[in-house]
Design a binder for this molecule. Structure first.
Ligand SMILES: CC(C)(COP(=O)(O)OP(=O)(O)OC[C@H]1O[C@@H](n2cnc3c(N)ncnc32)[C@H](O)[C@@H]1OP(=O)(O)O)[C@@H](O)C(=O)NCCC(=O)NCCS
Length: 346
């Protein structure tokens, strides 16, 4: 356990509350804080791997607030976690138990993560925020992050997804063509499994830098470990050039039993066929096909992504949660993007 400290920001907080860096042993308790603060029925199995990655990821900051009453055992009552990638700071979790809110605990935790971010050289910040007045007010005042864009989480049935009007064929290096690919005048895309090879990682970095403005190699390695390789549904897409040369990379898509996304396409009109393709590939894998029939997937869509919102809502999908993209800088090109879900990551 790391030693408790009393940051200067904690002057308003009760003396029984101490702050310290989180450890792997704090996982069950901090998950319980998240579950209770969100007030929703979230499952440990769906979150555990993403959380484990974040706890051991480089350039991450993890702080917990602990209440030690005069009598009785101490307990974790709040925590915050953030990462820095390529000079960009992101808050990934931020929760305080309701009985302990409005006492300055959240403010202190957030300050600790922001200070670590500054020390790691972050020059810009963003947060996927719930519409929560106290949280959003702290993000504006302490992190300089302003509400820029609504984000929507949509859920629905895979079977209800019909091809988008611009849906052209996708030729996969491993799987037979999808019956969902109609004859189309659209240029075909080539799809290959995403693997942790230097050449592939360089392509992913290039695509991220082009659309998002920064790179995040540790997260790609995590997503590839979870959903990539020949046994996974994750795909890198190239525009077929008709010749023998490998076509130009135009996007990527991750999909696994515990997560959906992220999806990125240089041409937003390609996103629906990329989504349909990885769902098609997943159906062919015994490990994932059962999951697809049991669990409705969710897709986390930026409000400016008109193609995906029109398509999914037109297929009968429902908006199940709304949140905000808040940042210290203007929004990147999120009309080309679908976020990761669960929402720990971008
Ligand atoms: C968000 C959360 C972590 C904040 O923790 P907290 O310990 O209550 O935060 P603090 O008491 O340190 O600060 C709350 C601040 O919000 C301010 N605030 C509260 N309601 C507000 C409102 N309607 N408008 C503006 N500011 C408001 C308070 O005045 C306080 O600011 P101050 O310290 O300058 O007085 C906590 O409320 C929580 O867990 N909420 C539910 C989960 C959630 O939404 N998490 C965020 C995920 S993105």
């Amino acid at each position: 356990m790391t030693s408790p400290t009393r940051p200067v920001e904690a002057e308003r907080v009760s003396r029984s509350i101490t702050f310290r860096r989180g450890t792997p042993e704090d996982e069950p308790d901090t998950f319980e804080v998240m579950r209770r603060a969100m007030g929703s029925d979230i499952s440990w199995s769906q979150h555990v791997r993403a959380r484990r990655h974040l706890r051991s990821a480089p350039n991450s900051s993890y702080w917990v607030a602990e209440d030690t009453p005069r009598f009785g055992r101490s307990r974790i009552v709040g925590y915050a976690h953030s990462i820095v990638r390529d000079g960009v700071w992101q808050l990934t979790e931020f929760f305080v138990l309701s009985a302990y809110q409005r006492q300055g605990i959240g403010r202190t935790l957030l300050r600790c993560c922001l200070q670590d971010g500054e020390e790691a050289g972050a020059s810009s910040r963003f947060i996927l925020a719930s519409y929560h007045p106290a949280a959003d007010s702290l993000y504006i005042r302490l992190a300089g992050c302003f509400p820029r864009l609504p984000m929507l989480l949509l859920g629905g049935q895979v079977e209800s997804l019909h091809p988008h009007s611009s849906h052209g064929p996708i030729l996969d290096t491993l799987t037979p063509p999808s019956s969902l690919n109609p004859d189309s005048s659209e240029a075909p895309l080539l799809a290959e499994p995403v693997e942790a090879k230097p050449a592939t990682l360089a392509i992913l970095d290039h695509l991220d830098r082009t659309i998002l403005g920064y790179t995040r190699l540790p997260e790609h390695l995590h997503w590839i470990a979870e959903t990539g390789g020949p046994e996974g549904a994750a795909r890198l897409f190239r525009r077929a050039d008709g010749g023998t040369k490998a076509g130009e990379p135009v996007g990527y898509a991750y999909y696994g039993p515990l997560s959906t996304g992220p999806f990125l396409a240089l041409n937003p009109a390609d996103l629906p066929r990329m989504v349909l393709h990885v769902l098609h590939v997943a159906k062919l894998h015994p490990r994932m096909s059962g999951h697809l029939t049991r669990v409705e997937p969710y897709l986390a869509i930026p409000g400016c992504n008109e193609v995906m919102l029109q398509w999914l809502l037109g297929c009968g999908w429902r908006i199940v949660f709304q949140y905000l993209y808040m940042s210290s800088h203007p929004v990147p090109k999120l009309e080309h993007y679908v976020c990761h879900n669960p929402l720990h990551f971008f």
